[in-house]
Each structure stands twice: as structure tokens, then as C-alpha cells.
Design a protein around this ligand. Structure first.
Ligand SMILES: *Cc1c(COP(=O)(O)O)cnc(C)c1O
Length: 404
């Protein structure tokens, strides 16, 4: 077998435990849809889908039809097929595959309903095509706005013989901000949409809203706040007896955004209960003694001020390691974990190579493994240095899983 110098390892156990922590936090009466879109945030779609289905997830959320088909193939041997919500839109060309594979599309336009209707007719489907409609409650991304726009889509649904409205959903733009005025406005818009849908005599069986942060942000005991901080409780209240779902992604993989507070006190319900699922490792492919005055890497941004022992790792920005983690004498960069200790990056990260300072770490040898991302160096640490969010770091890891 050839040598792989950078790879990821996935902890099925942590994924399962994170899922269970989310189920417990969402509470009885609210189901948890496991968001596995974007290749399970870089963790591997097929594997994560299997683990979550075995853990009891009744719903999974994917990006598009292609990922939906991957989930169906991965779960071919599974007795209890989870429902698969296709969250990021439907193109005309995908309508037939969507119907055939019994994927559940999120829709918001008259056109999308027409494509599904036509596909169901062409395929001679006996069963109704169940769809979930997204309400644009104020994020101005996907979805239909309450009022005239929604009335138009409801009319299309009424005329359709084969497409059935099964769910109504929305997505919050600022779920991590407790007491957010934007969220309050979005809730009002969604409640208005629900009232409009019910007045048109549609009865959605599923009502859902809420990502990781919506599950995470909780009331501080004994504060007696008037604002209903708990988004899960809000969904249950407005659902008026319909089934409810929350749709966490990030927390499944072990991360939460810090809770921000807008004039209220709130707490994180998931912090410490979810743990990183991905460990990204790299191999030491070189070890060298660097003398005072030696410049390390491209453009010599780091010049040794004392004698250093430097390990060369077989990982770089081609594998998704952010170049912003590079260091210079003026600016500390990222680090990797070696034997539980930090080894700081020295100089610029190259395409497939990275140098780290292992001075004082005893017994380093060629072929040793180091942790590029995982315990002791999280996706949040990478994100902080790269000026982005943990989401983008996780999705950007291009090292592949090592099997066996
Ligand atoms: C990605 C996504 C989620 C999951 O968000 P997290 O912040 O990762 O929990 C939920 N709902 C929708 C509509 C999404 O697009």
C-alpha cells in the first residue's frame, strides 16, 4: 500500500453520542433531523448517514439529489429507511430522480411544484410526492414570502394532483444570538405564514425550524425572562400538535457557535456535551536542525532566532490546510498537536508541506503522526486564525478518510 501523508479519522462513537446529546436537548416531542449535507461537513456522507440511521435518526438532510442518491445507496441494506430532505433547492433536471428515489425536496416556487408534478405524471407514480415548503421569514435566501407569493405557491399545490404539502419550515439567520430582534421578526413572519397555510386548509404534518444554535441556546434557570429564548419550545408551540423537527448539523460533528446575547441572558445547552468527530492527522516526513538565522519556507517569513528542531509534515493547502495558519517572526500561526503538546507552525504553509517546531518534544521520529485538527487544535482554532467559521474549515478539509 502506498503511503498517505495526511488523512482524517472519524469517530463513529462521538457522532452517535453527539446525536444522542441533541436528541436529549431537543426533548421529547421534537425529532432531530441529522444534517449531512456537504459530504457531512467534510466527514464523509455515506459513513455518517449509516451511523446516524443506526442511532435512530428518522430524517437526514442533504444538499441535492446527488447526495440524496448517495444516502440511499449507503443505506440500501438498512431495514428502516430514514426520510431524506433535500435542503438546498431543486432543479428541473433533478425532479424525476427526486421522485424515483423518494427523496423529499424543499420547495418554494410554483415552477418547482410544476416540475415535480410533471415528473410524477411521467413516472406514473401512484403515491403523492411529499414536499416541504420553505418560508422566507426574513433571511432573504431560500423560500417563499408570506402574503401574495405564498398564496401563489399554495394555489399551485391545490391544483396539483400529485404533489402534497407535508411540511412547512424556515431557517433563522441569527440563531446564535439570544434575544435577536431579527429572529423575533422571523418568528412573527413564520407564524403569519403558518396561519395563511392553515387558512387555505392545508394541514402540514411537520413543522420545523432551527439549526445547531437554535437547539443550543437555552434559558438561564430562574431568570424569569419574557422572551421565549428556547427555539425548540417555540416550534412546538406554533406547531399546535403537528410533529416538529429541528435540523442541527454542526453540533453533530462536535461544534457549536458561541452564544451571543442581545440584551438577555442565555446559556449554551450543548457546550461540553458534543465533541469533535474528525481528527485530521499528518505524518512527519522530515526532521531537521535549524540554526540561528536560517529562514524557513517560502519568502523566509520566519527566521530562526534560536536553534530549532523542525519537523516537516506531509500536509499543505492542497489538503485544505489554510494558508492563514502560516507564521512569521511578527505573527504566530497555527499549531499541530504532538504527544499532547503544541508544535507551532514555522514559516509559510506550502501546497503539500508544512514545517512545525518540535524543539523540546522528545523522541520524534520520521513517520510519526501528528494531529493537525482534533483534540487540542479545533476547527474553531483554525477558523480564528483564518478569519472564518468552523463550518468552512470542516467542509474545506480535503484529506480523505483512511480506511482499515
Ligand atoms: C445547513 C442547514 C442547517 C444546519 O445548520 P447548522 O448550523 O450546521 O446546525 C439547518 N437548516 C438548514 C436549512 C440548513 O441549510
Amino acid at each position: 500500500m502506498v503511503c498517505v501523508t495526511s488523512w482524517i479519522e472519524i469517530s463513529d462513537e462521538r457522532l452517535r453520542e453527539n446525536y444522542r446529546a441533541l436528541v436529549a436537548t431537543a426533548g421529547a416531542g421534537t425529532a432531530v433531523l441529522g444534517v449531512v449535507k456537504a459530504n457531512a461537513y467534510g466527514h464523509g456522507l455515506s459513513r455518517c448517514a449509516r451511523v446516524l440511521a443506526e442511532a435512530g435518526a428518522g430524517w437526514l438532510g442533504v444538499t441535492g439529489v446527488e447526495e440524496g442518491l448517495t444516502v440511499r445507496a449507503a443505506l440500501a441494506q438498512t431495514a428502516e429507511q430514514p426520510r431524506v430532505l433535500v435542503m438546498c433547492g431543486l432543479c428541473e433536471q433533478d425532479a424525476e430522480a427526486m421522485v424515483q428515489a423518494e427523496l423529499t425536496p424543499v420547495v418554494w416556487s410554483v415552477e418547482q411544484i410544476g416540475w415535480l408534478e410533471a415528473a410524477a405524471v411521467r413516472l406514473g407514480c401512484a403515491q403523492a410526492v411529499r414536499v416541504h415548503m420553505e418560508i422566507d421569514s426574513g433571511m432573504t435566501r431560500q423560500g417563499v414570502r408570506p402574503g401574495a407569493e405564498l398564496a401563489g405557491v399554495l394555489a399551485a399545490l391545490r391544483e396539483s394532483g400529485r404533489v402534497r404539502l407535508e411540511g412547512l419550515m424556515t431557517h433563522f439567520a441569527s440563531a446564535e444570538v439570544a434575544g435577536s430582534r431579527q429572529t423575533a421578526g422571523q418568528r412573527r413572519q413564520f407564524e403569519a405564514a403558518l396561519a395563511q397555510v392553515r387558512a387555505a386548509e392545508f394541514v402540514p404534518e411537520w413543522i420545523h425550524a432551527g439549526n445547531t444554535s437554535a437547539v443550543d441556546v437555552g434559558e438561564v434557570e430562574g431568570k424569569g425572562q419574557s422572551a421565549e429564548l428556547d427555539a425548540v419550545a417555540w416550534v412546538r408551540r406554533v406547531a399546535e400538535g403537528a410533529k416538529t423537527l429541528v435540523r442541527p448539523g454542526l453540533a453533530l460533528y462536535g461544534y457549536c457557535l458561541p452564544v451571543e446575547m442581545e440584551g438577555v441572558q442565555a446559556m449554551s445547552r450543548l457546550q461540553g456535551k458534543v465533541k469533535p468527530v474528525m481528527t485530521w492527522k499528518a505524518k512527519v516526513i522530515g526532521l531537521t536542525e535549524v540554526g540561528v538565522g536560517d529562514a524557513v519556507g517560502y519568502n523566509g517569513t520566519y527566521v530562526a532566532e534560536r536553534p530549532l528542531r523542525v519537523a516537516l509534515l506531509g500536509v499543505g493547502y492542497a489538503d485544505g490546510l489554510r494558508r492563514e495558519l502560516s507564521s512569521s517572526n511578527a505573527r504566530a500561526g497555527g499549531w499541530v498537536m504532538v504527544q499532547g503538546k503544541r508544535a507551532p507552525m514555522v514559516g509559510r504553509i506550502s501546497m503539500n508541506l508544512t514545517s512545525v517546531d518540535v524543539t523540546g518534544i522528545a523522541g520524534m521520529r520520521l513517520g510519526d503522526e501528528v494531529v493537525v485538527l482534533g483534540d487540542g487544535v479545533t476547527a474553531e482554532d483554525h477558523a480564528g486564525l483564518a478569519g472564518t467559521i468552523a463550518y468552512e474549515i470542516l467542509c474545506g478539509v480535503r484529506a480523505v478518510e483512511q480506511v482499515g
